[in-house]
Design a protein around this ligand. Sequence first.
Ligand code: PMM
Length: 280
Amino acid sequence: MNSPHLPTSRPQIMGILNVTPDSFSDGGRYLDFDAAVAHGLSMRDEGADIIDVGGESTRPGASRVDAATESSRVVDIVQALSENDVPVSIDTTRSEVAAAAIEAGATIINDVSGGLADPQMSSVARESGARWVLMHWRGHSKDMQKLATYEDVVAEVHAELMERVAEAEAAGVAREKLIIDPGIGFAKLPEHNWALSAHLSSFVTEGYPVLFGSSRKSYLGKLLADGGNEQRPASGLNDATLATSVLAFEAGAWGVRVHDVRGTADAREVWMATKNSLRG
Ligand code: PMM
């Protein structure tokens, strides 16, 4: 029997703060700002270690916004949270937005394209010294699901992610600044997401911290379709997300990116107490 995995540190909880019109739709910009900052602070109070601020929707099929719009949505919020000592990551594929957010206090670049969307991202990462999440990605949201073709999804995602890591290091970004993420839902069909979730520990063994983001994603909704619907809406997927997050902790993930921070923080306590009981 394998000996149980003993954690060396507490898994990180990254709370999701999407500042896009579909998440904060009503009211003028000032109202959006207040609501967004309040939500970020409340996730911190519930147990989030990092707040991930994003100004561009990356949902499958989403169209892009221009860089100026994206920056204007996020910069003041990043600054307000940073001034409240909240560690902030900036969820962007654009170096210009990343640089502005770092200037405003962000310390992590969460780049869902793993550096592929913007060749300048590596210089921003190198020069700022920010940590850099490299997620597995094959193309922008508008048509990414067409790119969900794999012979062996775990091996291919692995190889493509390691290329991103090698390129980042070749560009002078320090190894210890990098975090990898298999990119659940990005150019992936449900079976691909399940396989990546099942084999998450094989990413951990590469020696880079692994971030896992399944929160409220549609493969969970498809699994749990009820009432004659094709899928359960995102609002009913917190419990399913929690199950995948605990599996990620067990696989040795460095952190999880979630909407429901309170539930995840409770699950983390349960998981840590269970693990700590193994120590002699
Ligand atoms: N998923 C989304 C956005 N950003 N970042 C990382 N590192 N990993 C993810 O899985 C990820 C991400 C899309 O989810 P959302 O639309 O609920 O924010």
